[in-house]
Design a protein around this ligand. Structure first.
Ligand code: DGL
Length: 270
């Protein structure tokens, strides 16, 4: 049975979900978080739908066994497919794509840019969902083949900033200068981790980080269900990874997360 102190699960292919965990620690600091990053299999965005579903099932089982009170799918690529598993889970499952579409639908903008992995782009989940919620908006979606992987490898490393900014320009110049988008949804959870680089390149461009809406939605759900964790101190953050524990500990610290533990977990090999 879940209780107020049960953790909230957060899943991603790698460290992208750290951007969601960060917003959770800022906006709902008393909640305990249980994070799974499948770094050994990332990038998910270059896999097929069947492969992504298989790897996701492994993470969902992990979360189910640990009795999370809610699950945040902190990966846009997985969120595009998560409806197939929603009914198999005993807790509510929140999609970061839904959160991003909700957030931008409420904004007074017309032309919405979305950058994401190539898989997310290919499903058209953002244009379709935004189109349903706010039919007056025009959506220009773009898939970035390498950006998530470059962020995973270089986040917080001064030597890696140039390569990240080069790739950002390659992917975003046309959206900003030709399509003249009014705002840009960061449709991959790795991208908010380099929002300072995006602000540096395009200082006038408003960015939408879906994690803010996700934290608001889960906060409202827990209020409604009487599941808010009312412990006085900072909640725990336990991270499990199929990649290097050392690297995850270092990167979590670099992005500013308050971490309780980092442990390894056997990889699911395709
Ligand atoms: N962070 C993930 C997302 O939001 C994807 C990165 C990957 O391709 O593994 O889509």
């Amino acid at each position: 049975m879940v209780t107020k102190t049960s953790p909230i699960g957060v899943i991603d292919s790698g460290i992208g979900g750290f951007s969601v965990a960060l917003k959770m620690q800022q906006m709902l600091p008393h909640e305990n978080l249980l994070y799974f990053g499948d770094g050994g299999n990332m990038p998910y965005g270059n896999h097929t739908a069947d492969e992504i579903l298989t790897m996701t099932r492994y993470m969902l089982r992990f979360m189910e066994e640990r009795g999370v009170k809610a699950l945040l799918v902190a990966c846009n690529t997985i969120s595009c497919l998560i409806d197939r598993y929603r009914d198999d889970m005993s807790c509510p499952v929140l999609s970061v794509v839904e959160a991003g579409a909700d957030a931008v639908s409420q904004m007074a903008v017309h032309k919405v840019g979305v950058i994401s992995t190539c898989f997310t782009h290919s499903t058209r989940c953002y244009p379709d969902l935004i189109g349903k919620k706010a039919p007056d908006k025009e959506v220009v979606s773009h898939g970035c083949p390498d950006l998530a992987k470059l962020v995973e490898a270089n986040v917080g490393d001064p030597k890696g900033q140039e390569v990240i900014e080069e790739d950002l320009k390659k992917n975003m110049d046309e959206l900003v200068h030709k399509h003249k988008i009014d705002c840009c949804v960061l449709g991959c959870t790795h991208y908010p981790l380099v929002s300072e680089n995006i602000n540096h390149l395009y200082p006038e461009l408003p960015l939408v980080d879906p994690a803010v809406q996700m934290a608001k939605t889960i906060g409202a759900y827990m209020e409604e269900k009487g599941l808010v964790n009312d412990q006085p101190g900072q909640g725990t953050l336990d991270i499990y990874t199929t990649a290097s524990v050392e690297e995850y500990r270092e990167k979590a610290a670099k992005v500013g997360l308050k971490v309780t533990s980092v442990q390894d977990y056997p990889i699911f090999k395709l």
